[in-house]
Design a protein around this ligand. Structure first.
Ligand SMILES: [Zn+2]
Length: 165
């Protein structure tokens, strides 16, 4: 069985006893989370979230980018979320490369010129979380009442540790 087949089969079985088809669109817990795409993080399990509870915004690094702000603005103003967690994590892949390294890899292996692309790697995890929290706090598109906290998730024990502002 290929991974594709395994995943489609898992979905068949998920859908066969699916009973959450009547949930409203706005997140019931009025909560959003921005976190890394890292395969070791399961936000639903780690944060006790069920379908319908929260918006989960993910990208490489769990960064509050322009696109993450776009999602949060929609999340808050159109769908009623009041608070967000920004969650970085120990052993993040974004700590392991620089733009130069990835630019060279793309040039060498794909003959692609990505020199103008910032892949947003970072050398300091907590500083990155703090900067992302600040971007939400300082966004003119989100109100001061919108709560935001920063955390580092420990992939070795599953625990969140709050990052002081
Ligand atoms: Zn990561």
């Amino acid at each position: 069985m290929t991974v594709r087949d395994e995943i489609l089969s898992a979905n068949e079985s998920y859908a066969s006893d699916f009973d959450k088809g009547a949930l409203p669109m706005p997140p019931g817990r009025r909560f959003a989370v921005v976190t890394c795409m890292d395969a070791r993080i399961d936000p639903a399990k780690a944060l006790g979230l069920e379908e319908g509870d929260a918006h989960v915004i993910r990208n490489a690094g769990g960064l509050v980018t322009d696109d993450a702000v776009r999602s949060l603005v929609i999340s808050h103003w159109l769908l009623g979320t009041q608070e967000a967690f920004v969650i970085g994590h120990a052993d993040c892949g974004m700590l392991t490369f620089t733009n130069d390294v990835l630019h060279e890899k793309l040039a060498g292996e794909a003959h692609a010129d990505a020199d103008g692309v910032d892949f947003l790697p970072f050398p300091d995890l907590e500083a990155s979380v703090r900067a992302s929290v600040r971007r939400i706090r300082e966004s003119p598109l989100l109100p001061e009442s919108f709560g935001v906290s920063g955390f580092v998730y420990d992939v070795t024990c599953g625990r969140l540790n709050e990052v002081a502002a």
